[in-house]
Design a protein around this ligand. Structure first.
Ligand SMILES: [Zn+2]
Length: 452
């Protein structure tokens, strides 16, 4: 398959990607009106939900009116799954029209399935091609797709790279020694994996006497699934290890394998606004926030046919930047910097584990590996951070702990109850998705988690 618009230069789809904001809004309004009507007429859940809320698709006269429509969340999806048919009440097509399903990780409960029609699948892959092109991939590149193919929505994204014309190696989740063998013998120029695994893989190469900078050809690394790709110090550490540029990608099993990605300016992730409408709402009240304010990100699909997604509460915390980017693209940039599920409250201050990562990765006296433990003492929420001393004893553990303590107090607004300092190499190096957050809370869990 060739690109719809035969890209020649900087953009995969220049007309769409550089559309003035006014035109984006007009385009989105038309698509949104159609999608709401389509969802209401074809998905039993939306008909019931809109009727119950006393609202009709024809009530959407402007984009701002979307705030009057009800939210859905993971629980809605789980409850609707299997009701009436295999695909459930949120689906808007018969099973015969569905060509692909992925499932969510199930990390917050029963996995939910995400169905795609042929058109949904092709449009998704066109967005993947666009995001790969945006991150510099060209037909002359060799790409190793090191994402899990099994049931996971990131798996088929490799087709977007193939459609772009790159030579693709369907790696998947290979054992590290096998992957390193392929990196060495096939010399791919691009790879996609998680930030933790990019770090682990680079370190493993070095331990095996292979310098990724000298002996491998990787020049760009896509990362997703964890916050690290948007944390400058984490990105810089991976870039220095590999001698490659790191691009953060963001996807949702409910929508696309990647919905948004960084451009060469790395200042937020351009989201495909011709497919996804983004809102930001207050975490507690669900009230719509102005663009640029930090809150929970809400997504609505504009073209999805198999299962339209209307006002999905992602649980991701971030901001939306509507300003035109230096790269010339006009599509909004999202910066996701926390998960509602992981937030904890200490002395009335909201703390996100990602804030702790930001802090720890910027302190040269520690290795960057860390574990956060959130626990309760006398029904009060407290947190403890474990780090590793990177100075080989030149600076005492006590001084390192004090440094970390001060930095955390500045960044998070509240200091940890304890900082544990261990020797370099003590904490477990993660392979794919790092488990750095231990939650032992019972009574002080935040409201946001109760429905999960
Ligand atoms: Zn840009």
């Amino acid at each position: 398959m060739t690109a719809k618009h035969a890209p020649k230069g900087k953009y995969w789809d220049e007309k769409i990607e550089t559309m003035p904001r006014e035109h984006i809004r007009e385009y989105q309004l038309r698509l949104l009106q159609e999608e709401l009507r389509y969802a209401y007429d074809n998905a039993p859940y939306y008909k019931r939900s809109f009727d119950k809320a006393g609202i009709s698709p024809s009530d959407l006269g402007s984009l701002g009116d979307l705030k009057n429509f009800p939210f859905i969340d993971k629980k809605t999806q789980r409850d609707a799954q299997g009701v009436g048919s295999f695909l459930g009440e949120l689906a808007a097509v018969p099973e015969d029209d569905v060509v692909f399903v992925s499932t969510s990780s199930g990390s917050t409960g029963v996995p939910t399935i995400s169905p795609f029609t042929r058109q949904d699948f092709d449009e998704w892959q066109d967005v993947e091609s666009r995001l790969f092109w945006q991150a510099g991939m060209r037909p002359s590149d060799r790409y190793i797709h090191a994402l899990n193919f099994s049931l996971y929505v990131g798996g088929p994204d490799v087709i977007g790279a193939q459609n772009l014309g790159a030579l693709c190696i369907w790696g998947g989740t290979l054992p590290s020694d096998r992957l390193i063998f392929i990196l060495k013998s096939y010399q791919p120029t691009y790879i996609w994996t998680s930030p933790s695994y990019a770090w682990y893989l680079g370190e493993t190469c070095r331990k095996n006497g292979i310098d990724p900078k000298e002996e491998l050809a990787i020049k760009r690394i896509f990362v997703a699934g964890e916050m690290g790709g948007s944390i400058p110090a984490t990105r810089a550490a991976i870039e220095a290890l590999w001698g490659a540029e790191v691009f953060d990608f963001y996807g949702l099993s409910d929508i696309f394998g990647a919905c948004a990605a960084q451009c060469e300016y790395h200042d937020g992730l351009h989201i495909a606004e011709d497919h996804i409408y983004v809102e930001t709402v207050d975490l507690q009240t669900g009230e719509l926030l102005p663009a640029g304010e930090r809150g929970e990100l809400i997504y609505t699909t504009l073209r999805k046919k198999a299962r339209p997604i209307i006002r999905f509460r992602t649980g991701d915390i971030g901001i939306v930047n509507l300003e035109k980017c230096l790269c010339g693209r006009t599509h909004a940039r999202i910066l996701v910097d926390g998960r509602k599920d992981d937030m904890f409250i200490v002395s009335a201050v909201n703390v996100y584990p990602s804030d702790i990562e930001y802090t720890v990765r910027e302190i040269p006296e520690v290795t960057g590996e860390y574990v956060v433990r959130v626990y309760e003492e006398n029904f009060t929420c407290k947190y403890e951070v474990t780090v590793e001393n990177a100075t080989a004893g030149r600076i005492s553990d006590g001084d390192v702990a004090a440094r970390v303590n001060n930095a955390l107090r500045t960044r998070c607004g509240v200091k940890p109850a304890n900082v544990v300092v261990l020797p370099d190499g003590t904490l477990e190096r993660s392979t794919h998705k790092a488990k750095r957050f231990i939650d032992e809370r019972v009574t002080t869990k935040t409201h946001a988690e109760s429905g999960k």
